[in-house]
Each structure stands twice: as structure tokens, then as C-alpha cells.
Design a protein. Structure first.
Length: 318
């Protein structure tokens, strides 16, 4: 009987946690992969194709993300569009926002649901309300291109961004003030994600860099890769995801150890990634813990589950 009680609990946990590759509601942990034919593909973390979303455009589609309600947004600047919105089931809702001036490429949300949009060929970042109303247009310093890839700090004020050069730049959106560069250590940097404690990860063409709070490189991943373009955090808090722009390779890497946890190729070039359930530093939710913090949390959860199972068995007389 002891086995029966524990087995039922474990079976129930597995049932809830099981991933089903069924078209419809976009599942937490799935990857949204932007292509250069106007479409976005949804894949499971193991590389199973779930569904294909059509933006109505025919060219390159780039960075994307989800709002608090599960709606999906993707940039379509290189296809002649701005931002395209889909509902949580992947149904096309149409164009979102306005005020774009130079190839929208990335987007990120704050805790109020406002969206910041980076643009590859503009000095502007656009701030939109949750309904798509244009709130503010900021003018930022750039390096080798535009305000390409953006991420927002947990302070809701500091916007970190890359400009296809060696620098990670910063701008205060509360005061409209250009800040000192965070770092100048890369080659040609693209997508980035902030970690708590002031550090970040950035795709740096032939590798991914982890840059500490002081602006220096603390870890290098995937050395020798070919045009790494994307960078996103897995909802599991352990891995980051990146992809090669030309080859179609998608990789998940353990942030702490550098071990490759997933690695598959979809056979066509990739121009952007996002994940359902990704926790960004400045977006809704508790923020992004460091990898060591996630390990402590996981250990605590295992211990708590074990204690509860023992209590159930004692109270049941097993």
C-alpha cells in the first residue's frame, strides 16, 4: 500500500508535467522560432514541431515574446511590418502598435504590461501600452547599427541593449538619459538576457558570453559556433537557449556548468527565438534568479515533497 500511495502521487505529478505536442494553446516551455519566410514555428524543447504561425508577411521575422495573458507578439520589421500579435492559441490577431521607424527586431515587457521595441536600423526604442498605444519614443546612442536587441532591468528603468558591436549599452527610460556602457568585451553582439546580481548573457556571434556585474567576461559557452543570434532563458531557470542564424541549429545550455541539455537542427535559418513562460528581469513575475539560487530552490522543493509524502504515509498508517 505504501507503494500505491507514493505511486499515485508521482503518477499525478507526471501527468500534470507531461508535455503534449498538440496544436492549439501554446505550451509553457515551448520555443517560438522565427524564420525568414514570414512564419514562426512552435517546437517542444526536444525538437518536435507543434504548429506553424503565419504572420501574413513573407520575409524575415525576428524577436518575440508573450504578455501576461499569454498573447504572443513577434517583430516583422524586415518584412515591412512592425509587431504582429497572436492570441494564446496562435490565432493571428493582426498588427500591434505604431511609431516604428527602422526595422523592428526585439521586444520586452515591463511589469505594467508595457512593451519596449528595439529597432535594427533606428536610434529609437518605442514604448507601447498593453493596448498598443504609442506612449514614448526614446532616442538612444548606438554603436555599429541600431537599438537592435533590448532587455529591461528589474528596476523598471534601465534598458540594456546591443547595437551589433562590442558594447552592451544602457539607457534610463524614466529620465530619458543615456547611461555609461555596461560592457565592451564582445565582438558582434546580438540578443541578450539579464540575470539577477547585475550580470547578463549575450549572443556574441561565435559564442555566448556571460558578463558579470563589473562588465567583464565570467564564462564563455559554445565557442566556435556559427553566427549565434538568439538568446533566451528557459522557464526551468537552469538553461539558456540560443540558435544559429544560418544553420538552423537550436541549443539549450546549462548556465552554471556549460553542459548542452538540448541540441537539434530544424534545417533552415533562424532569425529569433522566445519561450512561453520565460521569466525576464524586468517583466512580470519574481525576476530571474542566478543558477545557484535555482539549485537551492529545487533542493528545497524536493525536501518539502519528501516530508509531505512521509506525513501522508504516517497519517494513513502505512
Amino acid at each position: 500500500m505504501r507503494k500505491s500511495v507514493s505511486g499515485a502521487i508521482i503518477a499525478g505529478f507526471l501527468l500534470v508535467s507531461a508535455h503534449s505536442a498538440v496544436a492549439g494553446l501554446i505550451a509553457t516551455g515551448d520555443l517560438m522560432v522565427s524564420l525568414r519566410n514570414g512564419t514562426v514555428r512552435e517546437y517542444t524543447p526536444t525538437g518536435t514541431l507543434v504548429q506553424t504561425l503565419n504572420t501574413g508577411f513573407s520575409g524575415e521575422i525576428n524577436g518575440s515574446g508573450f504578455d501576461q495573458s499569454g498573447n504572443f507578439y513577434v517583430t516583422a520589421g524586415f518584412s515591412g511590418g512592425g509587431v504582429v500579435k497572436f492570441d494564446p492559441n496562435g490565432n493571428l490577431l493582426g498588427a500591434f502598435g505604431s511609431g516604428y521607424s527602422g526595422h523592428t527586431e526585439s521586444l520586452v515587457f515591463d511589469t505594467a504590461g508595457n512593451m519596449y521595441v528595439g529597432q535594427a536600423d533606428s536610434t529609437h526604442v518605442v514604448k507601447l501600452s498593453s493596448t498598443g498605444a504609442l506612449l514614448t519614443t526614446y532616442t538612444l546612442a548606438t554603436q555599429d547599427r541600431g537599438t537592435d536587441w533590448v532587455d529591461l532591468s528589474s528596476d523598471q528603468q534601465t534598458l540594456f541593449y546591443t547595437s551589433e558591436g562590442s558594447q552592451v549599452k544602457r539607457f534610463n527610460v524614466a529620465t530619458s538619459t543615456q547611461l555609461a556602457d555596461f560592457s565592451n568585451v564582445g565582438g558582434t553582439e546580438f540578443a541578450l538576457r539579464l540575470l539577477s546580481g547585475g550580470g547578463l548573457l549575450v549572443a556574441d556571434t561565435t559564442n555566448v558570453l556571460r558578463i558579470g556585474a563589473g562588465g567583464t567576461i565570467t564564462q564563455t559557452y559554445l565557442t566556435g559556433s556559427s553566427l549565434l543570434f538568439a538568446l533566451n532563458l528557459d522557464p526551468n531557470g537552469v538553461d539558456f537557449w540560443t540558435a544559429e542564424y544560418s544553420s538552423g541549429r537550436i541549443v539549450a545550455v546549462n548556465i552554471a556548468t556549460g553542459a548542452i541539455d538540448h541540441d537539434f537542427n530544424i534545417g533552415t535559418g533562424i532569425s529569433g527565438l522566445s519561450l512561453k513562460g520565460e521569466i525576464t528581469a524586468g517583466g512580470p513575475g519574481p525576476g530571474v534568479p542566478e543558477p545557484a539560487t535555482w539549485m537551492l530552490m529545487a533542493g528545497g522543493l524536493v525536501a518539502l515533497t519528501s516530508r509531505r509524502l512521509r506525513k501522508i504515509n504516517r497519517n494513513s498508517g502505512f
